[in-house]
Design a protein around this ligand. Structure first.
Ligand SMILES: Cc1ncc(COP(=O)(O)O)c(C=O)c1O
Length: 434
C-alpha cells in the first residue's frame, strides 16, 4: 500500500509551525464548555469512541469469523466510557478486584469478563469463579490456588494461559505469564491437563503497548496459533479462543518520534491483516477455528479524550525563552511523560509564533507538559486544548497538590453531560483520621 505522509516536510528552519485553533469539540464551543464546567476540564467525545470501536470491529470481523473486543478497564474505567463500549458489544477485560467489581456494576455478565493481571488474590478468584469468568493464569501460584478453589467451591475454573513470547519487538515483555520459547507455557498447560479440574478455554498474550509494528502481531499470532495446534495434538484439547491482548498504537506522538504519530501509526486494517493472515495459515482442525479476542485500549479511546486548560501566566526564562503556565499539569496528564501531546489554542490568534515551554500549575520542576511547542501569543485566561488524552490519564491521574477536575461527555446527539464531578475538599480529607 502507498500511504500519504501528511506531516509537513522540514525546511531549513524546521517544520511548519502552523497549527489551527480548535474552537469546538464535536460542535460544542470550547469556551462555552470552560465557562460552564471550569478548567481544567476533561472532555470525552462519545461519537469518536463509538466510531473507533465500530471501525475496529469492521476491520477484524471482515477478516475473521468470530471476533470479540473486551474493553480494557485500566485504559479508562469511567462508567460512561465503559458502558458506551459495552453497548457496542464489548466485553470487559479487568486486572484487579476493583476493576472486576466495576465491570459487574456496569452490568457485564460474569462470563463476559476476562480476568487478567499478576496479582489476583483468593477473594478475587473466588468471585471470578462464582461468576464463571474467564481467568487468565499469570503464574504457577495462581494455578495452584485455582486447583484448591476448584475443590473447595466444587466448580470447574474456565481458564486461559497467559503466554509471553518474542514477537521481534524490544523490550520483550516476559514478566507476565509463562514464556513460550523456553517451554514454561507448555509446562503450565500440561499441569492444567494433569490436574484435570479446569477447562482450558484459551491462550492469551499481550506483547506490549504502543506497538508501532503490525508485523509483530503477525509473528505473535502465528506463534500462538502453532501453540494451540500443539496443545490439540498433545492433549486433544482445541482452545476456543486466542486473545491477542492490546497494544495497538494510538495517534499520539512519542517523544522520540521524528514524524507525527498520526502518520506512522498503523491502521486497524494493518493490524487485522497480520493477525488474520497468521490465523488463516495455521492448521486448525475442522470446526476448531478459534475466536479472536482483543483487549485494545489506547487505540480506541485516546483520540476521544481532550483536556481544556487555561493559561495562568507567561514568563521568560533566564535565557529569554518563553514559558507558559497552564492550570493542568502532569498530575492530570500522566502520558505527557512520554508523548508530545498536540496542543491547540482555543481562540483565534495573530500569526506570531514562538517556541514555548508549556508548564503545568504544580510547584514541582518536572511539571512540564511540552518541553518545546510552537504557540501563538497567549494571554492569561486564554484556553488551550490538549489532544489525545483519552487513554491512561483519567485512571493514572494523581491527586497531588490540587483536586481532580470535572469530566464531561459530548454525547452522540450533541448534548453535554457531566460524567464525573470535580473532587471537593471533603472527598480527599474524608478518609483521614486524626
Ligand atoms: C493485559 C492487557 N491487556 C490490554 C491492555 C491494553 O493495552 P493498550 O492500551 O496498549 O491497547 C493492557 C495494557 O497494558 C494489558 O496489560
Amino acid at each position: 500500500m502507498i500511504k500519504p505522509i501528511n506531516a509537513t516536510m522540514p525546511g531549513k528552519s524546521g517544520t511548519d509551525a502552523y497549527i489551527s485553533p480548535m474552537l469546538d469539540i464535536d460542535g460544542v464551543s470550547v469556551h462555552s464548555l470552560a465557562e460552564r464546567f471550569g478548567t481544567p476540564l476533561f472532555v470525552v467525545s462519545e461519537k469518536q469512541l463509538r466510531r473507533n470501536i465500530r471501525m475496529a470491529k469492521r476491520a477484524f470481523s471482515t477478516r475473521l469469523p468470530k471476533v470479540v473486543f473486551a474493553w480494557s478497564y485500566k485504559t479508562n474505567y469511567l462508567d460512561a466510557v465503559c458502558r458506551a463500549f459495552h453497548q457496542e458489544g464489548s466485553w470487559a477485560e479487568v486486572v484487579s478486584g476493583f476493576e472486576y467489581d466495576k465491570a459487574l456494576s456496569n452490568g457485564v455478565p460474569g462470563d463476559h469478563i476476562v480476568f487478567n493481571g499478576p496479582s489476583k488474590n483468593r477473594e478475587d478468584l473466588e468471585k471470578a469463579l462464582k461468576n464463571s469468568s474467564l481467568i487468565h493464569i499469570d503464574n504457577l501460584d495462581e494455578l495452584y490456588m485455582l486447583v484448591e478453589l476448584a475443590g473447595e467451591l466444587q466448580c470447574r475454573p474456565q481458564v486461559a494461559v497467559r503466554v509471553n513470547l518474542n514477537a521481534g519487538t524490544l523490550p520483550v515483555w516476559d514478566r507476565f505469564g509463562f514464556n513460550l520459547e523456553n517451554g514454561q507455557a507448555l509446562d503450565a498447560v500440561s499441569k492444567i491437563m494433569s490436574f484435570g479440574c479446569m477447562d482450558l478455554r484459551g491462550l492469551h498474550c499481550h506483547i506490549g503497548t504502543f506497538i508501532l509494528s503490525s508485523k509483530a502481531y503477525g509473528i505473535a499470532a502465528q506463534k500462538l496459533a502453532d501453540f494451540a495446534c500443539d496443545i490439540r495434538r498433545l492433549f486433544g484439547v482445541a482452545v476456543e479462543y486466542i486473545d491477542m491482548g492490546g497494544g495497538f498504537a494510538s495517534k499520539n506522538t512519542l517523544k522520540a518520534s521524528y514524524l507525527v504519530g498520526a502518520d506512522i501509526c498503523p491502521s486497524m486494517d494493518d493490524y487485522a491483516e497480520e493477525i488474520a493472515d497468521a490465523f488463516h495459515k495455521a492448521p486448525f482442525g475442522k470446526g476448531e477455528f478459534p475466536a479472536l479476542l482483543l483487549e485494545t485500549g489506547r487505540a480506541l479511546v485516546d483520540d476521544a479524550g481532550f483536556l481544556i486548560a487555561s493559561v495562568l501566566t507567561n514568563k521568560r526564562s533566564a535565557q529569554g525563552g518563553r514559558y507558559t503556565v497552564m492550570d493542568a499539569g502532569v498530575n492530570l496528564l500522566f502520558t505527557s511523560f512520554w508523548y508530545n501531546h498536540k496542543i491547540s489554542p482555543a481562540q483565534l490568534y495573530s500569526q506570531h509564533f514562538e517556541n514555548t515551554t508549556l508548564y503545568g500549575p504544580l510547584c514541582m520542576n518536572i511539571d512540564v507538559v511540552r518541553e518545546q511547542v510552537s504557540l501563538p501569543l497567549l494571554n492569561k485566561g486564554d484556553l488551550l486544548v490538549v489532544h489525545n488524552v483519552g487513554a491512561y490519564n483519567m485512571t493514572q491521574w494523581m491527586q497531588f497538590i490540587t483536586l481532580r477536575p470535572n469530566i464531561v461527555m459530548i454525547e452522540e446527539n450533541g448534548g453535554t453531560k457531566l460524567i464525573r464531578e470535580a473532587e471537593k475538599f471533603d472527598d480527599v480529607t474524608r478518609l483521614e483520621r486524626l
